[in-house]
Design a protein around this ligand. Structure first.
Ligand code: SF4
Length: 189
């Protein structure tokens, strides 16, 4: 690797780190820890099979202990609730409360949406593609799950006869139009 290539890659990494730091510090100002915001965002985007402590642990790439503390804190603030799974009483399902959904209306990440928009349609598209490629490459290296959108999954059966209107071929369950836009712990592109 040439010296210039090496410097360029380090600059990219420092830019990513700086942006991440800016996003996290705004989160602190609004009274929740960065990981608590991430958990709330995850629960607002994940499908019903993925809104579990283990799904959140895999998404965050964190430890069970950290996730457990995060969930306790969010539950004590009244932002999430735990429910037992009707099909498996030992399993726990997580959901946002009305207060949790309201909190996401003040999500500090929304402040960055304007800055992304300022890049223009082409710049925004290029950034999205490049960040997606970077994330995919890194997840492959560490064997992490992609958590992609359901309708892009290899198991997604669009407008299946026995679906509602779609179907998951892996879990053999119907999927609604809204669920086809959610992220999933089992998603495979
Ligand atoms: S089709 Fe894929 S992404 Fe959708 S629910 Fe099934 S496994 Fe998950």
């Amino acid at each position: 690797m040439s010296g210039e290539t090496d410097r360029s890659r380090k600059r990219v990494l420092m830019l990513l780190e700086r942006l991440g730091r800016l996003m996290q510090s705004r989160g602190h100002e609004l009274g929740l820890k960065p990981v608590q915001w991430e958990a709330l965002r995850y629960l607002s985007r994940a499908n019903r099979f993925s809104r579990t402590p283990s799904g959140l642990t895999a998404y965050l790439g964190s430890t069970k202990g950290t996730v457990s503390q995060t969930l306790i804190a969010l539950e004590s603030k009244g932002l999430i609730r735990k429910k037992s799974d009707p099909g498996d009483r030992r399993a726990v399902r997580l959901e946002l409360t009305a207060a949790g959904r309201r909190a996401l209306g003040s999500d500090p990440l929304l402040e960055f949406a304007e800055s992304v928009g300022a890049l223009g349609k082409v710049g925004e598209g290029t950034l999205e593609r490049n960040l997606t490629a970077l994330l995919t490459e890194r997840l492959e290296q560490i064997e992490g799950r992609p958590f992609g959108i359901c309708r892009t999954c290899t198991h997604f059966e669009k407008n299946a006869p026995e679906g509602k209107p779609h179907r998951c071929g892996l879990l053999e369950l119907p999927l609604s139009a809204d669920e086809s836009e959610q992220i999933c712990v089992e998603q495979e592109s």
